[in-house]
Design a binder for this molecule. Structure first.
Ligand code: IMP
Ligand code: MG
Length: 170
């Protein structure tokens, strides 16, 4: 494994994101984290906010297997707060093909929020398969399979405080 983002780099960037989102959205946005990967990022982002926020989570599953998302997505845990009229920030660990976030943005719109913004710790724009605007991006990482800071490989490595590239041997 090689280091891609140190804990210090992540903390500095998350602090900036929290400040920016706070000044853009004002009081009482709802941070909605996508489980499981976003749990670490959301914890730090919430504490970097300079306005009061509320926190909720959702979970999605995509049909098919492996680390490639098929785009056939369904929600296995919905947010529990009433999001009607609220400013919602979808908090994702990483955007890869873009299919998950595209689906989520459409789905969230049905819940009647006043706006939906997307904040992703990591964007892999080279891998995009559907066009997508991400409002807040922590880092662009061109390639590689990443683990740590919430990101997993087979449910391992989520606890690591930095982000690492996993070299998968064939
Ligand atoms: P997509 O944008 O729909 O392709 O899917 C993004 C999801 O795939 C993320 O929420 C992660 O769960 C997973 N994913 C994509 N790339 C990586 C990676 O490099 N490491 C760990 N998980 C990844
Ligand atoms: Mg995820």
């Amino acid at each position: 494994m090689s280091v891609v983002l140190t804990p210090g780099q992540i903390q500095a960037r998350v602090r900036q994101l929290g400040g920016q989102i706070s000044s853009d959205l004002g009081d009482q946005p709802v941070l909605v984290g996508v489980l499981n990967g976003a749990f670490v990022f959301l914890g730090d982002l919430a504490r970097a906010m300079t306005v009061p926020v509320q926190v909720d989570f959702l979970r999605v599953a995509s049909y098919g297997s492996g680390s490639v998302s098929s785009g056939r997505i369904h929600m296995t845990k919905a947010p529990e707060l009433d999001l009607k009229g609220r400013a919602v920030v979808l908090v994702e660990d990483i955007v890869d093909t873009g299919r998950t976030v595209t689906w989520l943005k459409q789905h969230m719109a049905n819940l009647g929020p006043s706006l939906v913004k997307v904040c992703a710790l990591i964007d892999k724009p080279e891998r995009r398969e559907v066009e997508l605007d991400i409002d807040y991006v922590g880092f662009n990482v061109p390639q590689g399979f990443l683990v740590g800071y919430g990101l997993d490989f087979n449910e391992q490595y989520r606890y690591l405080p930095g982000v690492y590239e996993l070299k998968i041997s064939h």
